[in-house]
Design a protein around this ligand. Structure first.
Ligand code: AGP
Length: 610
């Protein structure tokens, strides 16, 4: 949450910083600002709302300034107005911040007693004023930062620009992500390597409690104790095309369309189809002692959590190990039972979600093995894990997760099988059959995406509804949860997902003729139960949108409306296919309601604060 970016070199920095912020806007879009340095003077522009609103003011900055910092905000402390926008500047110091200064009230009152006047409601201004106070004592920027980090509590990645040190930028990394990009005669920093696409592919991913001094030609890193650290650069290539809409109206629609490709490239990497085997080493699992594990905890948030709910149906039976699935924000605070025989699987698209990362650190300290399933390369969760399976789905920019979700489901399926193989629970014949089911998966997902015009027609009937219920059983239950989340996120319609069997334990009281109920009905072992659930809804005048196979004539006549998915006799893979019409349903409803599909209100793609 919040994106920061900085540049120091010999080129004009405004466009570099602005474009970097565009790529970081997924992290927050409440306000934006840029501060640059020219002739030992700081100039700044800020505006509330999306980054595009800042563009008109960029001409007010000295165009040839070659040092600067920028920020795109997801508001935590203080409303999203211009005053609370970053950078925060006082005289010769400008500062941008990603995170939360938890002791800001205490520090603020201390500074106020000393006569400091605050202009904003932010916690960040406290960090700025504390820096200024300490700078007066220490005179030297790095010594000041060593003192500053002793005083601040919470999570803080900072970028600092000083008018009296025009050839240096300073950054601090604690809790929120920060990467330094190395160029030739120029250097950069950003919350995410993606911000620097087209400028460099050499990245130094800072660890927590690190401070860096960046000049056009030099980078120095210390830990919070002031010890100098070696620089480690990683080559990361991100194509700029992958960060563009490529003709689609929204990133979300583009990402829905990318799912068949994500499926086939994951299958290619992890499955040796001819031999009927899995590339278990490429999945990262060989780095773990799988035989030792006797309990698995899956931790995640949001959509990633719903993928983990589905994973329980895949991993537990195949691996023969009990799987506990838990919200990361709960797991981290409840002293879970963990030991060296535990495996914690952290699932996260961004690899940066604060609660999931905290679970990883906690479980590691408790001696558990940590496996992560992530998308963003070299992000914090993989770096803190013993092993990682990367989905390599490409940048997911729409705030509503789509291709990462189906990538996670496929990863869970393959991980379950791999554990089953390693623990001698899945025979080679069973594995061959399970892998054979994958052959058609990309084509079936593509087929589901192709049904978008039919989905759109159904949306036209329901887009003004104010509530929705989604229901499913077995692996369709987590898909119902995910379908409801998608609708909430981008259309702002209240929606809840339930297991079909739960409906009569309360939610059925909500059903009346105004309530659309999306019912997932693959012809699996719970099909008849779902049909009964639909009848119960209809008996109470609920509007049923049944989702099932194209040739399920019986189901077609039960519901008021019908969405089709390709059917497959493998419940795990059916879940991957079934979610596609629900993604499209939420997408077209949001479009019809005129909401901001890719950047829905109040949300950010990467949740790096608690
Ligand atoms: C998904 O549509 C959401 N935007 C959100 O729930 C997301 O899945 C959650 O914040 C977890 O993110 P992560 O996968 O990056 O950890």
């Amino acid at each position: 949450m919040c994106g920061i970016v900085g540049y120091i070199g010999n080129r004009s920095c405004i466009d570099i910083i602005y474009k970097g912020l565009q790529r970081l806007e997924y992290r927050g879009y409440d306000s934006a600002g840029i501060a640059v340095l020219k002739n030992n003077e700081i100039s700044m522009v800020k505006s509330e709302g999306k980054l595009a609103k800042l563009e008109a003011s960029l001409s007010k900055l000295p165009q040839d300034a070659s040092r600067g910092i920028g920020h795109t905000r997801w508001a935590t402390h203080g409303i999203p107005d211009t005053i609370n926008a970053h950078p925060h500047v006082d005289g010769s110091v400008a500062l941008v911040h990603n995170g939360i200064i938890e002791n800001y009230l205490e520090l603020k009152s201390q500074l106020q007693k000393e006569g400091v006047k605050f202009v904003s409601q932010t916690d960040t201004e406290v960090a700025l004023q504390m820096f200024i106070k300490l700078y007066k004592q220490h005179k030297d920027p790095s010594k000041t930062i060593f003192a500053l980090v002793k005083v601040l509590k919470g999570a803080f990645s900072l970028g600092i620009l000083l008018a009296d040190h025009p050839d240096e930028l300073f950054v601090v990394k604690y809790g929120s992500p920060l990467v330094i990009g190395r160029g030739q005669g120029e250097n950069f920093f950003a919350s995410d390597a993606m911000a620097l696409v087209g400028h460099t592919s050499k990245f130094c991913f800072l660890n927590d409690k690190e401070i860096a001094r960046i000049t056009p030609n030099e980078i120095e890193i210390w830990n919070f104790a002031g010890e100098s650290l070696p620089l480690q650069f990683t080559e990361v290539n991100i194509s700029s095309a992958s960060t563009e809409k490529q003709g689609f109206r929204h990133y979300m629609l583009k990402e829905i369309h990318e799912q068949p490709r994500v499926m086939s490239s994951m299958i290619k990497r992890f499955v040796n189809a001819d031999a009927g085997t899995l590339n278990i080493a490429d999945m990262g699992l060989d780095k773990l002692d799988l035989k030792r594990i006797n309990n698995i905890h899956m931790v995640a948030c949001g959509t990633a959590y719903y993928s983990a709910v589905a994973a329980k149906y895949m991993i537990e039976p195949a691996a023969g190990i009990p799987v506990n699935v838990e919200l990361a924000s709960e797991f981290r605070y409840r002293s879970p039972w963990l030991n060296r025989d535990s495996l914690v699987i952290a699932v996260s698209q961004s690899g940066e979600t604060a609660d999931t990362l905290a679970c990883v650190k906690h479980a590691k300290d408790a001696g558990a093995q940590i496996f992560s399933i992530c998308n963003v390369q070299m992000s914090s969760i993989p770096r803190a894990s013993h092993a990682t399976l990367y989905m390599e789905a490409g940048p997911e920019i729409g705030v509503a997760s789509t291709k990462a979700f189906t990538g996670m489901l496929l990863a869970h399926y393959l991980v379950g099988l791999a554990m089953g193989v390693r623990r001698n629970r899945v025979s080679s014949d069973e594995l061959k059959r399970a892998l054979n089911d994958l052959r058609n998966l990309p084509a079936l997902v593509e087929h589901a995406v192709d049904s978008k015009a039919d989905v759109e027609k159904v949306c036209a009937k329901y887009y003004e509804s104010t509530n929705f219920i989604y229901m499913g059983r077995g692996t369709s239950f987590p898909i119902a949860l995910e379908g409801a989340l998608k609708l909430k996120e981008i259309s702002y319609i209240h929606a809840e997902g339930y297991a079909g069997g739960e409906l009569k334990h309360g939610p059925i009281a909500l059903i009346d003729r105004h309530m659309p109920v999306v019912a997932l009905c693959p012809r699996d072992n719970q099909y008849e139960k779902m049909v009964s659930n639909i009848e119960e809804v209809k008996a109470r005048q609920g509007r049923v949108i049944a989702v099932g196979a194209a040739d399920d004539e019986a189901l077609k006549v039960i519901g008021h409306d019908y969405l089709v998915f390709p059917e497959i006799a493998n419940p795990a893979l059916q879940a991957i296919i079934s979610v596609v019409p629900l993604q499209l349903l939420s997408y077209y409803i949001a479009v019809m309601r005129g909401t901001d599909v890719d950047q829905p209100r109040n949300l950010a793609k990467s949740v790096t604060v608690e």
